[in-house]
Design a binder for this molecule. Structure first.
Ligand code: GLY
Ligand code: MN
Ligand code: MN
Length: 456
């Protein structure tokens, strides 16, 4: 069923090289002092039911620094007096566990194939990491991720506090390293962009597959299965966030998650779904009439949102503040809603953050960073001022209009009742202008009308 779509997908990129991970580690070490200890913990596994876990997905900073994906892992780095050395604590090889749960690289595999100097068994954590902590003055560790490591750090602080009274040594201070790593993650390398391009291509084809399957009589859950089925068929690890598949009034709920209604004839279907590939996210929204033909009212709103999105994408240029796309989208939307008679205020009034009516129909931001996390890390307002866009940053552009006739807080214009439109693409900032990573996903009215319901 997916073969035709799959044939349109190029080859997967080569994985990120160990030399690139090592270069990231070195760059981070340059921001540290020699008596610092860096600790990055994998996320804990979480329970789905009884003894069944949710599929494991590790902490993105750990992925970023060494590419290790297994649970119960801890990356740390310390200076040995001559140079920085990296350590990775991993689950040791264990034949019985591997028979039940799957193969493990273990200590030997980690040392042979991953970008770390030394690997240890996680069972030796307390002894080895406890010693590292005791030898350090500042611990760069995010508290609250792994309680056993928090306990080691707190225990060392308490011991040092007591020693300070007796010997004058100490103290240990603790700092969250997340912002330092976020600054690095904000700018994507060529190898990262290749992974993101592939995640975007897979997602674009998955949306196209859903449009083709579309048609009257389908259900939200069937469309979800087509999208997510293609993510896996094409080699993605799955979704990068739970898929939103809403038809009719469900398309006006921003993070709708039930995905189980029938799509009625003529409803707009809004699908916000993206694949994850080697940890990197794509995030695409497309909105289309399930019978393949926009009504005049749907067309008016769709074209307005598309115009606002194109205006926003045009602002994705080096040197612009990160919120320039948002302001551009807001302006186009507000003008359009005034023209359509939905807003009676002046343009300035409509755009006002508290009293403007634009926010009745467009109530979210236009962009977020995207990368290893779908809502990727990176401070938007460093020192209180909007960050300026730089080459290598990636962000989404996702304006929308939502006319929920079910809402008690507004009077929805009857002509547009229950039309929910969002159009979302992922943009790479370059010196030559914006690159739409998700450009393979159809979005003009003509493209959509020619694709919806033509069958897979
Ligand atoms: N899928 C959530 C978002 O677009 O941010
Ligand atoms: Mn998004
Ligand atoms: Mn999205």
């Amino acid at each position: 069923m997916f073969a035709e779509m799959f044939a349109l997908l190029g080859d997967a990129p080569i994985p990120i090289a160990n030399s690139e991970y090592e270069a990231r580690q070195s760059k981070l070490y340059q921001t540290l002092q020699d008596d610092d200890l860096l600790i990055i913990c994998a996320s804990p596994e979480t329970i789905h039911s009884n003894d069944v876990h949710h599929p494991f997905r590790t902490q993105s900073n750990l992925l970023y620094l060494c590419g290790w994906t297994e649970p119960e892992a801890i990356f740390c780095a310390k200076h040995n007096g001559k140079k920085w050395e990296s350590h990775l604590f991993v689950q040791p090889k264990d034949t019985l566990k591997e028979i039940w749960e799957g193969r493990r690289p273990g200590i030997e595999g980690a040392m042979a194939d991953w970008p770390v100097d030394t690997a240890h068994s996680i069972t030796d954590l307390n002894q080895i990491l406890g010693k590292f902590i005791a030898e350090s003055s500042r611990i760069l560790h995010r508290m609250g991720v792994k309680s056993s490591v928090d306990d080691l750090v707190i225990d060392a602080i308490q011991r040092r506090d007591r020693a300070r009274q007796r010997l004058g040594s100490g103290p240990i201070s603790v700092e969250d390293p997340s912002n330092r790593i976020a600054e690095m993650r904000l700018i994507k390398s060529a190898a990262e962009i290749a992974q993101m391009q592939f995640a975007s291509d897979v997602s674009s084809l998955a949306h196209t597959a859903a449009m083709r399957h579309g048609g009257v009589g389908s259900t939200e859950n069937q469309l979800q299965s087509v999208i997510e089925g293609f993510f896996r068929y094409a080699g993605g690890s799955g979704w990068s966030y739970p898929s939103i598949v809403g038809s009719g009034e469900n398309a006006t709920i921003l993070h709708y998650k039930e995905n189980e209604q029938n799509c009625a004839d003529g409803d707009v279907v809004l699908i916000d779904a993206g694949a994850e590939f080697r940890g990197y996210a794509a995030d695409i929204t497309r909105s289309w009439p399930n019978n393949g033909k926009f009504t005049d009212a749907q067309r008016e709103i769709y074209q307005l949102v598309l115009d606002s999105q194109l205006a926003a994408i045009a602002e994705c240029v080096v040197g612009n503040p990160y919120n320039a796309p948002h302001e551009a989208a807001r302006k186009v939307l507000a003008k359009g809603l005034i023209r359509l008679g939905i807003i009676q205020q002046s343009l300035d009034e409509a755009l006002h953050m508290e009293t403007g009516e634009l926010k009745d129909w467009y109530m979210h931001n236009t962009s977020h960073w995207i990368g290893l996390d779908v809502h990727d890390v990176g401070v938007y307002l460093p020192e209180g001022k909007p960050r300026l866009l730089e080459s290598g940053m990636c962000l989404t552009v996702e304006p929308g209009l939502y006319f929920g006739a079910w809402r008690p807080d507004v009077v929805c214009p009857e002509r547009y009742a229950n039309i929910g439109i969002r159009i979302e693409d992922d943009i790479l900032i370059t010196d030559d202008g914006p690159v739409v990573l998700t450009a393979k996903c159809p979005k003009t009215i003509d493209e959509i009308e020619s694709i919806v319901g033509i069958a897979l």
